[in-house]
Design a protein around this ligand. Structure first.
Ligand SMILES: C[S@@+](CC[C@H](N)C(=O)[O-])C[C@H]1O[C@@H](n2cnc3c(N)ncnc32)[C@H](O)[C@@H]1O
Length: 336
């Protein structure tokens, strides 16, 4: 993400300090479904407000802010239109980010972020203090909010799955197990790229209820298995952990890797898909995601060396790191 150039250090700091207001405005328009209402062409805030049953002036002000960063554009008649960035907020477009925005801008992320100083003092996420249970338990026990995370995650991943699956040759595997694979978006891409492989989508039962495997025409080639990846995962010659290790502190992540190592068949590979943080000051999405993982999960993003050490602790050898066109890298590991 780029930060707009600022005229002075003071402006730079002020801009960073209130950057959360863009997130708040995005959350509001995504929740209200504003972008869907603009499919047929530009509309004034008054017309939109009437259609949505909301207040025109507050809606206008939220849209006016977003138009400063390329999300919607206001014309001379005070009508708002879609831009490419606003377009992906529509619900029924391929690669819709509406659910992804609703997840990332949800209070389950920003309320713990508001306690970052406490996390820095204590080393502990404040998530359970705020919501009464750790992250995944919170989403599992409340059916009204579980889908906010799991649909959001699927939407977020949809924008990257094909590019990541296309960065590695999965066709030599026979049984690909996607551990914590969510609704199956990544496994679907992998199975399409590896037509002779069979798949196993492994996750919690409440998540697999919304799995997309059957809708993708892959029910014959792919099983859905529920369970806990800290205990046991199904065996295979390719075990994928995509956006999993970054949710957990080192020891818990090593525990998951050990379970995967036990399930790995002869000559197989564990494929970790996460951000790999490069050295230096350059912007990298992983550095942002890392702070999100710190505040809401007990997790973190890692450097290549940190992955190497963690894999070694689980009797796995890091073979290579493959960059992908997405923010995530693919880390190939074999039995040590
Ligand atoms: C950050 S999401 C990643 C989902 C998917 N791999 C992707 O890239 O979109 C983490 C996933 O791990 C699952 N998960 C968390 N704890 C788990 C556990 N103990 N056993 C099995 N799955 C778990 C969650 O339900 C969720 O689907």
């Amino acid at each position: 993400m780029s930060i707009p150039p600022a005229a002075s250090p003071h402006e730079h700091i002020i801009h960073l300090s209130w950057a959360y207001l863009y997130s708040a405005a995005l959350n509001a328009v995504a929740e209200l479904g504003v972008a869907d209402r603009l499919e047929g062409g530009p509309k004034s805030a008054a017309t939109l407000a009437e259609e949505l049953g909301v207040q025109a002036q507050p809606l206008y002000r939220a849209l006016r802010l977003l138009a400063t960063v390329g999300v919607f554009i206001e014309d001379e008649g005070e009508r708002f239109a879609l831009t490419p960035a606003a377009d992906v907020l529509r619900t029924n477009v391929p690669g819709s980010m509406r659910d992804g925005v609703l997840m990332v801008s949800h209070e389950t992320f920003w309320r713990p972020a508001g306690k970052l100083a406490t996390t820095v003092r204590t080393g502990e996420t404040q998530f359970a203090h705020i919501f009464g249970a750790p992250f995944f338990e919170h989403f599992a026990r409340d059916p009204s909010i579980g889908p906010i995370f799991h649909r959001g995650m699927a939407s977020f991943s949809d924008s990257e799955n094909a590019a990541i699956a296309g960065s590695y040759d999965f066709s030599r595997f026979q049984r690909v197990v996607d551990v914590g694979g969510g609704h199956g978006g990544f496994l679907i891409e992998v199975l399409n790229a590896a037509p002779s492989a069979r798949g196993v989508l492994f996750d919690a039962a409440h998540v697999l209820r919304d799995a997309r495997i059957a809708a993708a025409g892959l029910a014959e080639r792919c099983e859905l298995v529920t369970g806990d990846f800290f205990k046991e995962v199904p065996g295979g010659d390719c075990i994928i952990l995509k956006r999993i290790l970054h949710d957990w502190a080192d020891q818990a992540a090593i525990d998951v890797l050990r379970v995967c190592r036990r399930a790995l068949t002869e000559g197989g590979r564990v494929i970790v898909v996460d951000t790999v943080i490069p050295p230096g000051n350059e912007p990298h999405a992983g550095k942002l995601l890392d702070v999100l993982m710190m505040v809401s999960m007990p997790g973190r993003e890692r450097t290549e060396e940190e992955f190497r050490r963690m894999l070694a602790a689980a009797d796995l050898r890091l073979e290579r790191v493959i960059e992908t066109p997405a923010m995530l890298s693919l880390i190939e590991a074999s039995a040590a």
